[in-house]
Design a protein around this ligand. Sequence first.
Ligand SMILES: [Mg+2]
Length: 167
Amino acid sequence: MSLRPAFVIHRVSEITLDWLKKENAKGLLIDIDNTLTPYHSEKLPDDILNWLEMLVSEGIPFIPYSNARAYRIDNFCKRFNIKNPGIAVKPLNLQLGKILKQIGIPKKNLLLIGDQVFTDSLAGKFAGLRVVLVDPVSTAEFPATKVMRKIEHLVGRHRWKFDRIDR
Ligand SMILES: [Mg+2]
């Protein structure tokens, strides 16, 4: 079984409205740490903040799908006026049923976006959701994540070609 997700890109902000339409994606479950914000930071880089604001103004719903600490998820939700779905517990997807209900969109019209193979990508495989894997926003990470990066290398993540999303 290949662990390669449906799509591999550099950064969430590459994702365009046209591409979402083309992929029939109507809602997004998005990891927070190192997908949207750098490690140990709640500051959204400008391009990513603009991208999230574009989603809001275009009415594309998104929900954090994160294993981060509760307060980080909570702060993100408050900022974008989203009901806090709780900690995702990826790749086990313990909250997925609740989150699917909250977003109210069928799985086939959702994308799960994240930066890690063994949490985000695997969660998508288990759940039957298409995954968009992005490069981590920062190189600083939890010690455990650094170990996972070595394992990601072993499964060949560095050989996965990037998918082109035209702007
Ligand atoms: Mg992450």
